[in-house]
Design a binder for this molecule. Structure first.
Ligand code: NIG
Ligand code: FE
Length: 399
């Protein structure tokens, strides 16, 4: 067993209320972490740290759990900057652009899909992200959805089958036929490659009964449900998420008081995607309303070429604080332990004993700088299972 000491932590944010100052963030100052075989074994005052085999130095910075980006469309080809520009000139977002990304994705080679995903993941890692979820949904044939999930699995265990993202052009006028395909041969081929099943249940997308059908078929095939809902207007997404026991309902831009009451009485996480609201010039949801009601909130990027071509979790935190009315502490929790809850993975999103030693080192005295200094490159290093996966030029753990 290799033991590693991460010392020189000016501010350690464990995101575990059982630790440190007793706040929900569990903060320790002048702290150290002991890592055994990639897992946090001890967290405490630097002066009390035990001897270890290996030594890493955080340089006096702030250490936070690696961000958990619980909603991404990592694998796709092409881009839609023209559509973004048209929206900024006043066009509404309708979801119609998904078809363009489907055509580009089908035409791409597997190497192109892989290298595009790797480049986006590298950006995420440089921004402090250590866990991502990745969805299919830009293939929409059996073979293309399989291909997207196979590539996704090269990057994460948290893969999601999103066959019901749009009706592909070859099924235009035959929604039922497409849903039969999704719930039949497509699900059969994709279920072994995925952990989750997702649907786009919204205005102009798929209805409540269509979504219920696909989520039920996914559950019967061994997948756990999550869904896109309440992005484009008030609607059935949140209620359906509670009904089917989904891990999470994602977007939540438009929620009624009844939706919030239903979420508060359930285990469903409300995942907010402020990058999509930003890039579609939609109103921002009021996260404070959700937190005050007792709903578990997650923040994620929704990285995709249509509504949020964004890889930065620090930007999500800054938007959540400025626009969604979260406190900096609530936003950091949502970007770490909230994402872990949305992915039902208790080993990530915190830095207390038993957690995976996944963390970001920030070149600042307090995590508050994530929201206070939007756009600054605060992440100087990112580590997964205790090993550096990113170091900013000029920074080194070992000195
Ligand atoms: O999460 N809302 C549905 N799907 C994506 C956008 C897809 C696209 O426009 O390409 C989202 O926002
Ligand atoms: Fe999405």
């Amino acid at each position: 067993m290799t033991t590693t000491l991460l010392a020189g932590i000016g501010e350690l944010v464990t995101c575990d209320a059982a630790f440190g100052d007793g706040s929900p963030l569990g903060i320790l100052r002048d702290a150290a972490l002991v890592i055994e075989d990639g897992v946090v074994a001890w967290a405490g005052p630097g002066a009390a740290a035990p001897a270890t085999d290996r030594f890493l130095d955080a340089g006096g910075g702030c250490v936070v759990p690696g961000f958990v980006d619980s909603h991404t469309h990592l694998v796709f080809a092409g881009e839609r900057s023209d559509e973004f520009a048209a929206r900024m000139a006043g066009e509404p977002y309708t979801g119609g652009g998904i078809a363009r990304t489907v055509l580009a994705t089908r035409a791409a080679t597997i190497e192109e899909l892989r290298s595009g995903a790797a480049a986006r993941l590298a950006e995420m890692t440089a921004g402090g992200t250590t866990t991502i979820e990745a969805k299919s949904g830009y293939g929409l044939t059996v073979a293309d959805e399989v291909r997207l999930l196979e590539v996704s699995r090269e990057f994460t265990r948290q893969t999601t089958f999103l066959g019901v993202h749009a009706v592909p052009q070859e099924y235009a006028g035959d929604r039922e036929g497409y849903l039969d395909l999704v719930c039949g041969a497509m699900l059969e081929a994709c279920a072994p490659l995925a952990r989750w099943v997702d649907v786009f249940c919204d205005r102009g997308a798929f209805s409540e009964s269509e979504a219920r059908r696909v989520l039920s078929a996914g559950k019967a095939a061994g997948l756990m449900p999550r869904l896109h809902g309440n992005q484009l207007g008030y609607g059935p997404g949140a209620g359906l998420a509670v009904e089917v026991g989904a891990a999470s309902v994602d977007h939540c831009t438009y929620l009624t008081d009844d939706d919030i009451d239903a979420l508060a009485g359930s285990e469903v996480v409300a995942t907010l995607l402020p990058g999509a609201d930003f890039s579609t010039r939609a109103p921002y949801p009021d996260a404070r309303r959700l937190v005050d009601a007792g709903v578990t909130v997650a923040l994620a990027t929704d990285c995709n070429p249509g509504t949020s071509y964004i890889t930065s979790m620090p930007l999500m935190i800054a938007l959540a604080v400025r626009e969604l009315r979260m406190t900096p502490a609530q936003a950091l929790l949502a970007a770490t332990s909230g994402g872990a809850a949305a992915l039902r993975d208790p080993r990530v999103g915190r830095l207390s004993p038993g957690a995976s030693a996944d963390f970001a080192v920030l070149d600042c005295p307090s995590f508050v700088h994530l929201a206070y200094r939007p756009g600054a490159r605060l992440v100087v290093a990112t580590a997964k299972h205790g090993d550096a996966v990113y170091e900013r030029p000029g920074f080194s753990f070992s000195r």
